[in-house]
Design a protein around this ligand. Structure first.
Ligand SMILES: [Zn+2]
Ligand SMILES: [Zn+2]
Length: 342
């Protein structure tokens, strides 16, 4: 039976299972409006997850075909996976920030082979050893990737504007970092139990009670811009902290209060990480070597293949931040490029 919760004031949540993932589930929120229920995120595209969503909606006194709209916090498959199926069943709209819609569009158009060659080149640039790069090169010609045809949204979430939800005040707050088009949604209505603070915040993956979201590079084969995702993320965190919501409704784990306190913890965590990283750069290191030396939730030797790619992307995001802050620089003429503290 699907697990649902009533958060009061016409907001409920459904725990939608994510297969083979330590996160366990996505919290899909059901917000009542005068035109029917609107979903915030939809969950992973898997038959069992779809059944949970349908059951959960029944538990909330509605059904999939009643859904008026889908608001997606960001393009990741545990959030946007089932959006297309919901739209098919109900005729609802799907709204997403333009920067993430651009990723969805490119994902739909990019052949897996192109993606593999991009990743191969990228890993060589950051100094990955040959034994790490080789399997990717070999897999490229015959691989298909899951999630390569996500649903194309038909509405744009415009930062700072109220969404078109009759009878509700839900404002989009652009919070890039975890993805370039991540948004939090601020329900600007008095908290139903009068908790102190400014309304409630649907925080997606931006602000979670016990997890630090992954901040890597915005991997895009067709965009050569040197972005600073960690800088974006830290700015977005401060924006959310200043909002001081009475309650935070995240997409994973559980609902919590004291959003500003959690923001401070995360800001401190990243500051500590940057300081630790700079201390490593007494000698020039490639992003790969940095990743090997950084602290993760387990020793580097035990980190599985796919997670190493994610870790090196996170290491590079931290390096870019240090460079931007003038606390490190790339050593001219090195290939693969190395970084050193300044
Ligand atoms: Zn995510
Ligand atoms: Zn997520």
């Amino acid at each position: 039976m699907a697990e649902t919760a009533d958060h009061g004031g016409g907001v409920r949540s459904i725990k939608v299972f994510i297969p083979d993932n330590p996160l366990g589930h996505t919290l899909v929120y059901v917000v009542d409006t005068d035109r029917g229920p609107v979903l915030i995120d939809t969950g992973w595209d898997d038959p069992a997850s779809w059944d949970t969503l349908a059951e959960g909606l029944a538990g909330c006194g509605t059904s999939v075909d009643e859904i008026h709209g889908v608001v997606v916090t960001h393009h990741h498959p545990d959030h946007h996976g089932l959006s297309g199926k919901v739209r098919e069943a109900s005729g609802s709209w799907i709204a997403m920030h333009a920067a993430d819609t651009a990723i969805v569009r490119r994902t739909r158009e990019t052949r897996p082979g192109r993606w593999f060659s991009y990743m191969t080149a990228k890993l060589i640039t950051v100094g990955a050893p040959e034994e790490h790069v080789a399997p990717l090169r070999d897999a490229a010609p015959r691989s298909t990737l899951p999630g390569f045809s996500p649903a194309l949204p038909d509405r744009e979430i415009v930062p700072g504007e109220l969404l078109d939800l009759p009878g509700r005040r839900l404002r989009a707050i652009w919070t890039p970092g975890h993805t370039p088009g991540h948004v939090c949604l601020h329900l600007e209505e008095q908290h139903p139990s009068q908790l102190p603070g400014n309304g409630r915040l649907f925080s997606g993956d931006h602000l979670l009670p016990e997890i630090t979201p992954h901040i890597g590079l915005y991997e895009d084969p067709d965009d050569g811009t040197i972005t600073d995702p960690l800088g974006d993320y830290l700015d977005s965190l401060e924006r959310i902290g200043r909002l001081a919501p009475a309650e935070v409704l995240p997409a994973h784990q559980y609902v919590f209060t004291d959003g500003p306190g959690r923001v401070r913890e995360l800001l401190d965590h990243h500051e500590e990480r940057l300081t630790g990283l700079r201390a490593l750069l007494v000698e020039p290191l490639t992003p790969w070597q940095v990743a090997e030396r950084m602290e993760w939730n387990r020793p580097w030797a035990q980190i599985p293949y796919g997670s190493r790619n994610i870790a090196v992307s996170e290491a590079e995001a931290h390096l870019r931040r240090l460079v931007k802050l003038g606390r490190a620089e790339a050593v001219p003429g090195t290939e693969p490029v190395t970084y050193v503290a300044v």
